[in-house]
Design a protein around this ligand. Structure first.
Ligand SMILES: [Fe+2]
Length: 134
């Protein structure tokens, strides 16, 4: 099943939603690269891009929070850090084991499910707050 952004994940903030959509598209690329047995270099390229994109995206959200003095900033930022840690573990696992079923399962669990949860709770709350400010 493809990993897709769905309407229920909308935060209502254009820039954030656009980045989330791109994030899901890239994660889908990663899962495809793994399941279609793409070469190690190819998969590593997708992982590195995703790593970079996630960092850019999280700092965009954090900038919004700081700019409007959002009270949930610390908690939200801590979750972003947690994600980055999960993602480093994933990279390490890939380095050790290459693309196997484990990587796909863990990507689904640590990246996809985590993100959907995070967006539904924290990003939507942030979106609602930002809508009153922007
Ligand atoms: Fe977030």
């Amino acid at each position: 099943m493809p990993v897709e952004w769905t309407d229920d994940l909308a935060t209502g903030v254009g820039e954030i939603d656009k980045q989330h959509k791109e994030l899901f598209r890239r994660i889908d690329n990663l899962l495809n690269a793994c399941t279609r047995g793409k070469g190690r270099d190819e998969v590593m390229k997708v992982i590195l891009f995703l790593d970079d994109y996630v960092t850019t995206h999280f700092s965009a959200e954090e900038k919004f929070m700081k700019k409007y003095d959002y009270s949930g900033y610390e908690n939200h930022k801590a979750q972003h850090l947690e994600f980055m840690q999960n993602f480093s573990e994933l990279k390490a696992q890939f380095d050790k084991e290459g693309t196997g079923v484990h990587l796909v399962v863990n990507t689904n669990y640590m990246v996809v499910e985590w993100l959907q949860n995070h967006i539904r709770k924290l990003d939507k709350a942030l979106g609602a707050f930002l809508k009153t400010k922007i």
